[in-house]
Ligand binder design. Sequence first.
Ligand SMILES: Nc1ncnc2c1ncn2[C@@H]1O[C@H](COP(=O)(O)OP(=O)(O)O)[C@@H](O)[C@H]1O
Ligand SMILES: [Mg+2]
Ligand SMILES: [Zn+2]
Length: 368
Amino acid sequence: MTNLVLYRKYRPQRFEEVIGQEHVVQTLTNSIKGNNIGHAYLFSGPKGSGKTTIARLFAKAINCQNKKEGQFEPCDKCGSCLEIMGSKSMDLIEIDAASHTGVDDIRELIEGIKFSPVKSKYKIFIIDECHQLSKSASNALLKTLEEPPAHAIFLLATTESHKMLATILSRCQKFDFKRLQVPEIIKKLEFISKKENVKFDDSALSLIALNARGSFRDAESLLDQCLSFADGGSLIKTEDIKELLGIVEVSEISKFVDFLVAKNAKDAILFLNSIIDNGVDLQEFTKTLVFYLRQQLLLKINPNFLNLQNSGLANSDLEKMKQQTESLTQKDLQNMLELFIDAENKIKYSAVAQLPLELAIINITNQE
Ligand SMILES: Nc1ncnc2c1ncn2[C@@H]1O[C@H](COP(=O)(O)OP(=O)(O)O)[C@@H](O)[C@H]1O
Ligand SMILES: [Mg+2]
Ligand SMILES: [Zn+2]
């Protein structure tokens, strides 16, 4: 069970394995079936939602040498499929605009699209985090998109499409990837743990899914940590996961917010220090707290903002949150959020890690 790296091992290799993103999958597979492939696609959405996965899958499918008329799944056996799966294809070029520093390299690469594919039907460029392309690289890309060679396909992926050139956007078919829902993440975690032959408590997988906040990648690396902890066969309990990952439970956050509502600085600070002693990670605690307060703010603005499925909260937690929100004004919540977001940023640099949080507590409980 060593060296798992689940997110590589379980990256979907066929469209049927992709969870969620139905609208994207359907449009792409239809265009493969109908042999109606565009020159530029933009995949936009949160991290870990499947942008890179689907880009590679699409590339593999359209260059597959065994694909028959009307089919869309890649065969995974032909030379092209095997090369793509082994990251060895000369006709699939992947560029990470975020880590690539040599600006001119990228421009040259993009200009290299002029040359015909080596072995396959298409020459495909996947450009990740493409909102980070330099100005000159963006312009080179734009020029190519204005008159793309027949064999060229660009698959652009970004978490921040609003930062991209409007002229580039207007030349792409745009696909919005959705943040994944907790039940979708649980489904995949169940699949992986079955394959890996590890058993989990009922609520253990939902705890992991909740903490992944919509990212499959995060869910899979949390699961990775749990699997190496379990070391084969045994049952993983919710308690283990909490301890192992330093995860904070909603009920704990809720108790903490109770102290803030009661303007009880002493117990709030004692509580904070006791959970630190129990091994809860401070960054994690603050992140979950901010997440919780934001949900309260949304509730305050409009009770319909939070539906159960999206909130990822258990019924009882949501009820408790609603009650608690009654005794807070919108201004209170806004203020608390600002103070804790500020504290979160300061934790890293503080000599006493919990001090920024303690100051925020005092600030909140001192207010009239
Ligand atoms: N829609 C999905 N269905 C199944 N697994 C997914 C999905 N999206 C992401 N994953 C899993 O998460 C990992 C990271 O996904 P990736 O495609 O790299 O995300 P992104 O490029 O959007 O940040 C993949 O290797 C895969 O295991
Ligand atoms: Mg990616
Ligand atoms: Zn193939």
